[in-house]
Design a protein around this ligand. Structure first.
Ligand code: NAP
Length: 279
C-alpha cells in the first residue's frame, strides 16, 4: 500500500488496543503490537492477520520492568525506520499495593514511568515520520490524582488507595502528553491525550462480579475509542491539534493539576532522572 503507515500500539492483545489495531489493519497499515504475554499476543496477531490487509508484527514488552522496556524499544529501533503513530495504550488497575521490578508503585510504574521511557526512546523514530503522532491513553480519573514524588517508590507508601493511585498514574500520563506537546511545538509531530470513555474491556477484571454487572450497563465498546484514535492519527482536522485532551462519553474536563505547566515540567524532569540509565 502506497501510503502505508507504521503504527505501534502497546497492550494491543485485547480491549481498546486490539480494537485500535483492527481499525488500522483494516485500512491496510503496518501495525506493531507490543504485548507482555506472548501467547495472548500470538492469538491477537493471528486475529489481525486474518483480516488479510496490513502487516502485523509482535514485539515483547513488559512495562513492569524498565530494563525490558529498554530492550523492547531497542528492538523496534533496530527493525523499523520510522513510526507514524505511537499509541501508548497499555495500562492496568490494581487495588493492592504492589511494586514493579524497579521498586515503583505498580500503577505509577506500569501506566506512566515505563511508557515515559518507551516514548522517549522511540521519539526519534516518530520524528522521522512525515506527520508523527503520539497518542496517550489518559482517563477522566486523572481528576482524583496528584503527583507526590515521595510516593513514587512502593516501599515509601504507608497508606495505599488503589483508585487514587490509578488517578495519579493517569494524571501523570496527561502531564507528560502536555510536556511533550510543548517540546514538539512548531514541528509536524503532535502529542495528544484521550479519555476513551467507560469502555467494556478487561480492565475491570479485578472488580467483584456484581459491581462489573452494574458498571457494564454504562460501558461503550472498544471500537468507539479506536475510531477516535484513528481520527487523531489521520484526520486532517487533527493536523495542527497538539497538547489536546479529548474525551468520549463525558466532557473533556481537565483538573487544575493537569493544566499546571510547571508541574508537567517538574514531572518530566524527575522522570528523565528516574530512567536516565536507559537514555
Ligand atoms: N476501559 C476503560 O473504561 C478505560 C477508561 C479510561 C482509560 N482507560 C485506559 O485505556 C487503556 C487501555 O485499557 P483497556 O480498557 O483496553 O484495558 P485492558 O482490556 O485491560 O487492556 C490493557 C492492556 O494493557 C496490557 N498491560 C497491562 N499491564 C502490562 C504490562 N505490565 N506490560 C505490558 N502490557 C501491559 C494488557 O496486557 P494483558 O492482556 O497481558 O494483561 C492489555 O493488553 C489503559 O491505559 C486504561 O488506563 C480505560
Amino acid at each position: 500500500m502506497a501510503n502505508e503507515k507504521i503504527i505501534v500500539i502497546t497492550g494491543a492483545n485485547t480491549g481498546i488496543g486490539l480494537a485500535t489495531a483492527e481499525t488500522f489493519v483494516k485500512d491496510g497499515h503496518h501495525v506493531i503490537i507490543a504485548c507482555r504475554n506472548p501467547a495472548k499476543a500470538k492469538i491477537a496477531q493471528q486475529r489481525l492477520q486474518s483480516l488479510n490487509k496490513g502487516q502485523v508484527d509482535v514485539i515483547a514488552l513488559d512495562l513492569n520492568s524498565l530494563e525490558q522496556v529498554n530492550q523492547a524499544a531497542n528492538e523496534i529501533i533496530a527493525k523499523y525506520e520510522k513510526i507514524d503513530v505511537l499509541v501508548n495504550n497499555a495500562g492496568m488497575m490494581t487495588p493492592e499495593l504492589e511494586a514493579t521490578v524497579d521498586g515503583y508503585e505498580k500503577q505509577f510504574g506500569v501506566n506512566y514511568l515505563a511508557p515515559f521511557l518507551w516514548t522517549m526512546k522511540l521519539l526519534p523514530l516518530v520524528k522521522k515520520a512525515e506527520h508523527g503522532r503520539v497518542i496517550n491513553l489518559a482517563s477522566m480519573m486523572h481528576v482524583l490524582g496528584s503527583i507526590k514524588p515521595e510516593h513514587f517508590k512502593a516501599d515509601h507508601i504507608k497508606k495505599y488507595n488503589g483508585v487514587l493511585s490509578y488517578g495519579n498514574s493517569k494524571l501523570a500520563n496527561l502531564l507528560f502528553s502536555n510536556a511533550l506537546a510543548k517540546q514538539l511545538e512548531g514541528t509536524n509531530i503532535t502529542s495528544n491525550a484521550i479519555h476513551p470513555g467507560g469502555v467494556d474491556s478487561e480492565i475491570y477484571r479485578e472488580l467483584p462480579k456484581w459491581q462489573y454487572a452494574i458498571i457494564k450497563l454504562g460501558l461503550i465498546p472498544p471500537t468507539k475509542p479506536a475510531e477516535l484514535i484513528k481520527k487523531i492519527a489521520f484526520d486532517p482536522k487533527w493536523a495542527k491539534r497538539n497538547g489536546d485532551y479529548v474525551s468520549l462519553q463525558t466532557p473533556a474536563f481537565k483538573s487544575a493539576k493537569a493544566k499546571n505547566k510547571q508541574l508537567a515540567q517538574q514531572l518530566y524532569d524527575q522522570s528523565l532522572q528516574m530512567v536516565s540509565t536507559y537514555l
